[in-house]
Write a protein that binds this ligand. Structure first.
Ligand SMILES: CC(C)(COP(=O)(O)OP(=O)(O)OC[C@H]1O[C@@H](n2cnc3c(N)ncnc32)[C@H](O)[C@@H]1OP(=O)(O)O)[C@@H](O)C(=O)NCCC(=O)NCCS
Length: 172
């Protein structure tokens, strides 16, 4: 079994990281039910994603095994709802490159996000939508203080497969 990476380099995403971040994500878009997205981003959608994830509003943390190395994982907050009263709530996402699963990257980058967000934004509640079952993601979120809110049955379909979604939240 691969060992835990103890010397991770975790930073705020820079615009120059966008390609690596979304390439990593799109591996799961195309090959997994762990995200409900089914299509790759167009270049215009990539630019929009970057604009939404401005570090003052919806930051993204990226993990590298060493400074200057490739992005091996990332965690983000994104808008939960356009209705103004939900401004304190954001959707959280976390993705680790398949080659680095089970080595502590997800836990480290999600904790970095949990510590960063309340210090630098007005977000106070994180919500995770986890396509069920996803034992790795559910365990990771529980380990980082998320609690289950409820199970939405057959609210999605991907690769012709009906999907349930577990909602979890964490107050910051
Ligand atoms: C889910 C994911 C982000 C976890 O990241 P990771 O770096 O592999 O996880 P870590 O090594 O940091 O493990 C942290 C905790 O998660 C849990 N965990 C990780 N992998 C697990 C697995 N295969 N089964 C059960 N629990 C697991 C454990 O509680 C672990 O803590 P422990 O090491 O003290 O036992 C990663 O597997 C991934 O990117 N999966 C595909 C994308 C995805 O599902 N993203 C989430 C969408 S909601």
């Amino acid at each position: 079994m691969a060992s835990t990476l103890t010397q991770l380099h975790i930073t705020l995403m820079q615009p120059t990281d966008l390609g690596e971040v979304l390439d990593l994500y799109e591996h799961y878009v195309l090959n997994s039910t762990c995200t409900a997205q089914t299509e790759r981003y167009t270049p215009a959608q990539r630019a929009d994603w970057l604009a939404v994830h401005h570090p003052d509003r919806y930051p993204v943390m990226v993990a590298r095994a060493q400074a200057g190395g490739p992005v091996i994982g990332w965690a983000s907050v994104s808008p939960w709802s356009p209705r103004q009263a939900y401004a304190r709530t954001a959707e959280e996402s976390v993705y680790v490159a398949p080659s680095h699963h089970g080595r502590g990257v997800g836990r480290a980058v999600l904790w970095a996000l949990i510590e960063h967000v309340p210090r630098h934004t007005s977000i106070r509640v994180l919500v995770a939508r986890i396509v069920h079952p996803n034992p790795a993601s559910e365990s990771l979120h529980r380990a980082c203080g998320f609690r289950p809110v409820g199970l939405m049955r057959y609210c999605a379909e991907k690769f012709g497969q009906p999907l349930d979604v577990l909602l979890m939240d964490r107050h910051l």
